[in-house]
Design a protein around this ligand. Structure first.
Ligand code: HGY
Ligand code: MN
Ligand code: MN
Length: 409
């Protein structure tokens, strides 16, 4: 997959992994100076691969390789360039740089197809900074909620302010939306982030559906007090209440098939060893492949948390920060991916995705599909995330075969 001027896929991955907000590990959030630096670097690579590159009004970076005539509908490929905190270096980035290499291969062969090919590096899929995910892909799909602009990050900076500082004008955000006849399909290559392909001893698989997700922000308001003088039965301890809630969440999710719940963040105030915590805030991430199950579990959680807070004389405030329905990938795209696997000499294996992906948001705009790549022990959202070099080559070959044979619906 070498291209004379482009770094290799793994060199690109290593270079991107060095552009981080933290000097000791990889964290790259939306609208930071590191996001700007990565957009510029990826735009340069896109240009070398023969694409016209531009940054759209929400901060996505886009490259376009025309078909056999200008202005044709595009097959869009890509993934996201933002990361979680202390992230792995493949989650998102691998899909963007593999797609760039596929276009570089078309350019080297002087190939022009009956459609354009676009590569997109989405600006914010994880939701790490403003707690609402798919911001870049929702803007492209035309489903971006302008209320999100008022969301604050952990430093109290609103998304609106952050966009201005980044040099983007919020009134142009609607222009990031693409129309249905501009984009023929969106296909994303991504690491599986789970252990199934490794267990099956397969390099790659085809995604059938993407689990829906709900994210809540929960605040428990108790009463701060002196650790030495307030008897236990008279306390309104926000942290003990939160602890009972978190254990209860797990019990409720365990009782529901194909459902997982995670509390990834917790903040206690005032945060002193001899003060009874008066305030606790934590996040809830709830996933299930069935929308009806996720809604049922969400209602059970709400009720259970309220009962615990009432019993402990604390106040419960829950805010839904994100909700995405389960998404079924397009049959037409799945069939053509199946064909690309066979033509590339790889067995086809179908599997669902427990993780969310920009593909879910793009399904509101166009036909979508995903290629999953095996990752070691299924580890992800962790610096130990890793992919075999040979599997990267497999992903590239399958994606290129898919592109060269793609037939828009
Ligand atoms: O959380 C997810 O499923 C994805 O990594 N954003
Ligand atoms: Mn992720
Ligand atoms: Mn991802």
């Amino acid at each position: 997959m070498m291209s004379n001027n482009l770094p290799s896929i793994i060199e690109m991955i290593e270079t991107l992994a060095l552009i981080s907000e933290d000097k000791d590990f990889l964290t790259r959030r939306y609208l930071t100076s590191q996001h700007k630096k990565v957009n510029q670097l990826v735009a340069d690579w896109m240009s070398v691969a023969g694409m016209k590159a531009w940054q759209d009004p929400i901060g996505n970076i886009v490259g376009r390789y025309e078909g056999h005539e200008n202005g044709l509908p595009a097959l869009m490929l890509g993934s996201h360039l933002d990361t979680v905190v202390n992230a792995g270096k493949y989650d998102g980035m691998l899909g963007v740089v593999t797609a760039i290499h596929c276009v570089a291969s078309l350019q080297r062969q002087g190939k022009r197809l009956p459609f354009a090919v676009e590569v997109i590096g989405f600006a914010d899929e994880e939701g790490t900074r403003f707690k609402s995910t798919y911001l870049g892909s929702k803007a492209v799909a035309g489903t971006f909620d302008l209320d999100t602009l008022d969301r604050l990050d952990s430093d109290g900076i609103s998304m609106k302010e952050a966009l201005n500082t980044f040099g983007l004008d919020i009134k142009n955000i609607p222009q990031a939306a693409r129309s249905k006849n501009e984009i023929a399909a969106y296909v994303e290559l991504h690491i599986e982030q789970g252990p199934v392909l490794e267990d099956k001893n397969l390099a790659a698989g085809i995604v059938t559906e993407i689990a829906g997700a709900t994210r809540l922000s929960v605040e428990i308001v108790g009463k701060a007090g002196h650790a030495g003088t307030v008897p236990l039965n008279l306390r309104q301890d926000a942290l003990v209440t939160a602890s009972e809630c978190i254990v209860k969440l797990e019990k409720i999710a365990k009782a529901s098939a194909n459902t997982v719940v995670t509390v990834g963040e917790i903040l206690i105030k005032p945060g002193a060893s001899n003060v009874i915590p008066g305030n606790a805030q934590f996040t809830v991430d709830l996933r299930s492949t069935e929308n009806s199950v996720r809604t049922k579990v969400e209602n059970e959680i709400q009720q259970a948390l309220q009962e615990i807070c009432t019993k402990r004389k604390t106040k419960l405030i829950t805010t839904k920060t994100h909700s995405a329905e389960s998404t079924i990938c397009s049959k037409n795209v799945i069939n053509q991916l199946d064909d690309a696997f066979v033509k590339s000499g790889h067995p086809t294996y179908f599997l669902p995705s427990g993780a969310g992906h920009d593909t879910a948001a793009m399904s509101d705009l166009t036909e979508t599909g995903m290629i999953f790549l095996r990752c070691r022990e299924g580890i992800s959202h962790n610096p130990a995330e890793s992919v075999k070099m040979g599997d990267i080559e497999v992903g590239f070959q399958i994606m290129l075969k898919f592109i060269e044979n793609f037939k828009p619906l």
